[in-house]
Write a protein that binds this ligand. Structure first.
Ligand SMILES: Nc1ncnc2c1ncn2[C@@H]1O[C@H](COP(=O)(O)OP(=O)(O)OP(=O)(O)O)[C@@H](O)[C@H]1O
Length: 257
């Protein structure tokens, strides 16, 4: 490999520079991802431990590098256990990258696209629907009061549920990962007095749940076929397919919508 320059007895090659740039980039990406989360201090702690460990090895301080090495392993295991939801979100972002999808799993079942396809079909057929998408499993009381489905999400399943002849069409369905967990779920109605007084109970139920939880709720209006979403107490109305896709991907990858 091409030698670039010397620092004391160290020879710096082009490969070393590439290595440093890649590690810097990786640390930057990890840091920016965790910056606003509770994991921030732990990420900083882990980086400090890794840097100290490297210095200890460089200076051949064997006892110190052994202790720091063991601490790094324990820290890493602790980090993985405590921050499992954040790590899952990272994997989701990586998994949703079109390039990664094409490379590794061309046939993989794609929840986001299947869900969007279902919503567009509901709109096309003007079938009213209320779909609660969860990124973390919760809403136990609401799910328990509904009807358990636990079926793999598909457009056919969603259309069958919301078909007005179906005994399950009233209320909301709860979607988590690739599963429709429950149907016929009753959501809390919003009591927000600032909302447009003409909106009906389907939209108020979506808004109500979004005020009380981290759920992302999709509404298809039976009356107009319009698609709306509710997240953190904000109702967005009249979304088209690209806007829905953007918001859904943002939500599922743990970002603000
Ligand atoms: N609390 C609730 N939880 C879940 N679903 C509800 C709730 N309240 C109403 N719904 C659903 O909304 C339907 C009634 O919708 P309504 O017409 O009152 O509202 P809307 O917001 O005007 O919707 P649309 O635009 O589809 O007419 C009910 O049949 C039921 O399926």
């Amino acid at each position: 490999m091409i030698d670039l320059f010397h620092v004391g007895y160290l020879t710096v090659t082009l490969l070393d520079i590439i290595d440093i740039l890649l590690v810097t980039g990786l640390i930057y990406v990890i840091y920016t991802f965790f910056r606003d989360s509770r994991a921030k201090q732990m990420v900083v702690g882990l980086i400090i431990l890794i840097l100290l460990g490297s210095f200890a090895r460089l200076l051949n301080l064997q006892a110190l590098s052994w202790i720091l090495g063991s601490l790094q392993t324990a820290w890493l295991i602790f980090f993985v256990i405590v921050f499992q939801p954040e790590l899952r979100r990272i994997l989701l972002i990586v998994g949703q990258n079109p390039l990664v999808r094409r490379l590794f799993s061309p046939e993989t079942y794609d929840l986001t696209e299947e869900l969007i396809h279902s919503v567009m079909e509901l709109q096309r057929r003007k079938i009213g629907a209320l779909i609660v998408v969860l990124r973390d499993l919760g809403l136990k009381t609401i799910v328990e009061k509904g009807v358990a489905i636990n079926g793999t999400l598909s457009t056919q399943l969603i259309l069958s549920i919301f078909n007005t002849d179906s005994p399950l069409h009233d209320g909301a369905i709860i979607v988590y990962q690739d599963q429709v967990i429950a149907a016929k779920c009753i959501l809390p109605l919003s009591e927000n007095t600032d909302v447009d007084p003409t909106i009906g109970t389907r939209h108020l139920a979506a808004l109500g749940l979004s005020e009380e939880s981290e759920a992302f709720v999709i509404i298809v209006s039976e009356e107009t076929g319009k698609i709306s979403t509710a997240f953190r107490g904000i109702l967005k109305r009249g979304l088209d397919e690209p806007a829905l896709r953007t918001d859904l991907i943002k939500y599922l990858s743990g970002r603000n919508v």
